[in-house]
Design a protein around this ligand. Sequence first.
Ligand code: SF4
Length: 238
Amino acid sequence: MNNEHNKQNKPLWSGWLSKSQILLFEKCPRAWYLSKIKAVPPEEKLHLNNGRDVHSLFEWVYTVKDKFNDYEDLLNTLKINKMYSLHKQQAENFAKLIKEISLSKPLYTEYKIFNKKLGVVGILDRIDKINDEYFVVEYKWHFNEFAFKDHVFELSLYSWLYEQDKGVKVNKGAVLYVNDKILRLIDIDEQSKQEAVDRVYKTRGEMIRDMAKGEEGFEKRPGKWCKYCQFAKYCQGK
Ligand code: SF4
């Protein structure tokens, strides 16, 4: 977050949408408004920092080797990194889960795609090619059924983005829940990709509609997620 930008109180929204923006708007339009239009500084949340740390650890391990012999080989390499001691359990779970998919270096990690047609930017955690099939793979912290639906949307959107970017078919996805040691493999069909694209268009339409009415146009939707909201202190009377 650029604090200078915030001091000047300029909107941060460039028009590009990310899956996080779409999900935030769907949960609470006011939170999206505070983040992207009013551009208030978000409150730091510990769980977000933990997520960033483990992502960089899982990315770093492939800078050491292109292929691991087995689980122990991967785990012993992770142990070299000083972040391992802070996230020992998650690193061990990662090694156990990823070996079910591949012990080789992915094609890409943290792969950024801008799609002008849809006005979307996506940063894919990793893309693997296994037996001539492409896999979009995401790392998440906790599993729950409610969030899993969002993760299926995310993988469907990312599959579509990767297809548009590279001209290849992507019909497989995986989510590694590295705190809970759960792996979910997902078949991504054409319908789920189309639904993800339609959802982006629909959300963008709602954002534009609400913008015409100013701040009050962005509905507050208080719920259980308020305790995780990075903009709660700016939300009077939630
Ligand atoms: S505190 Fe709750 S109601 Fe207020 S902006 Fe955040 S999510 Fe929305």
